[in-house]
Design a protein around this ligand. Structure first.
Ligand code: AP5
Length: 226
């Protein structure tokens, strides 16, 4: 299955992508995670994008497109993948089509997480991420067992620079200005499906499972991981 998860910052794309990737045995490709990894390593790419990410601005299309095209050509993505946080502009969507054409494939479905701004803000300002393993928690919605410590590796939890309230507001504005147009783009080509991102995480997951069962019935190729 070749999926795109689309929605505003804090819609829960990353949370659901991890669950779906495990269930479907396909890689979760998050451009945000890839960029943060590069920033952590202080690589030339990481240094180039750091200030933009910190300020909640988008990284230039050509940079992200190159990163994604490389990742999609890896062997583990041949059977399927989940794109999380990409594409984010119409230019990225067109670039993705081109990259997939050269790989002789195409996107099956785009899942739009319809989420209100208040919910996004509450989730992002309360998110805490593990410094060591990258696991996500939320101070009230999904609290760790021990305050400030990761349940899985005991690493220290921190607030992402771009999860500070002013930057979150900017990210939502950037989403409206540059990304929201993709909803119509994918609706017009018949690929768009919608779930409510405002629901609790297990309810969103149940909605997604129902949706995939329907889609696999209608299109058996999806079932076989083609
Ligand atoms: P990125 O990391 O992609 O950030 P984002 O899209 O803003 O998404 P988030 O990770 O913030 O939210 P999410 O929807 O994944 O929510 P999550 O599941 O984590 O991008 C960061 C930056 O990188 C961008 O601003 C840009 O600078 C750059 N970038 C990345 N991709 C780019 C691209 N394609 N082009 C250009 N620049 C790019 O959940 C959030 C919180 O809520 C968590 O604490 C979680 O525990 C909690 N939660 C999740 N679901 C629920 C639920 N249903 N109910 C209650 N709580 C929930």
């Amino acid at each position: 299955m070749k999926l795109i998860l689309l929605g505003p910052p804090g819609a829960g794309k990353g949370t659901q992508a991890k669950l779906l990737a495990k269930k479907e045995s396909i890689p979760h490709i998050s451009t945000g995670d890839i960029l943060r990894e590069q920033m952590q390593k202080d690589s030339p790419l990481g240094v180039k994008v750091r200030q933009l990410v910190k300020n909640g601005e988008l990284v230039p299309d050509n940079i992200v497109l190159e990163v994604v095209a490389n990742r999609l050509s890896a062997a583990d993505a041949h059977k399927g993948f989940i794109l999380d946080g990409f594409p984010r502009t119409l230019k990225q969507a067109d670039g993705l089509n081109e990259a997939l054409k050269t790989l002789n494939t195409a996107i099956d479905l785009v899942i739009y997480f319809n989420t209100s701004a208040d919910v996004s803000i509450q989730r992002l300002c309360g998110r805490r991420v593990c410094k060591k393993c990258g696991a996500n928690f939320h101070i009230t919605n999904m609290p760790p067992k021990k305050e400030g410590l990761c349940d899985f590796c005991q690493g220290e939890l921190y607030l992402r620079d771009d999860d500070k309230k002013d930057t979150v507001q900017r990210r939502l504005q950037v989403y409206q200005e540059q990304t929201a147009a993709l909803i119509d783009y994918y609706r017009k080509n018949g690929k768009l499906r919608e779930v409510s991102g405002d629901l609790e995480a297990d309810k969103v997951n149940a909605e997604l499972q129902k949706l995939f069962s329907r889609e696999k019935l209608a299109n058996p190729a999806l079932k076989n991981g083609e």
